[in-house]
Design a protein around this ligand. Sequence first.
Ligand code: DC
Length: 208
Amino acid sequence: MSDSQFTIAIDGPAAAGKGTISKAVAARFGFAHLDTGLLYRAVGRRTLQGLEPIAAAQALTPEELEQGDLRTAEIAKTASKVAVIPEVRAALVDFQRAFARRSGGAVLDGRDIGTVICPEAEVKLFVTASPEVRAERRYLELSAKGSDITREQVLLDVRERDARDAERSAAPMKPAEDAVLLDTSDLSIESALAQAVEVIEKARPAKS
Ligand code: DC
């Protein structure tokens, strides 16, 4: 590891708090952040527009991640479906690995960062929470954006997506053997963040 390379892998299911923790940790340590779910969401959006998923993944550009709203319930579901295709995953590996090892430090959040994309990450966290708590958080997020989806539907979507993400054979969602588990079901954002920061601080090389 060069002095300036330091990768934090944050995996876990939808709406467990990965995104919030990842952004806050990146800001605190001055690291770059990649929400890898956006890659699969962008491929999902292209697929909904009629493209073939493997071709869409191979042609994906970083600019697409910034365009429009990728955080809709429909795109999330399609993202989870295209994410089971090994060739889609393979097309996205190099970009994620290069990002992980960029100089200056990187935080990547997703499902397979600590297991497949960056097993050598200096810090691995697996952030989770009960399906009910996650569904409630996602419901509040989607309704704040004007969606008329019901709580029941969000819980069904969360359970269906968990099952698909965890049971697929290509890079299933699971904690790396050496990941630190962080259950945010009963934690405030502040406490969850404090616990994540503590784990990271322990793994940081001591400054001389
Ligand atoms: O984190 P998210 O909800 O934005 O992810 C959307 C979908 O993308 C998720 O259901 C599964 C897939 N995904 C994946 O397979 N691997 C990742 N590293 C990130 C996301």
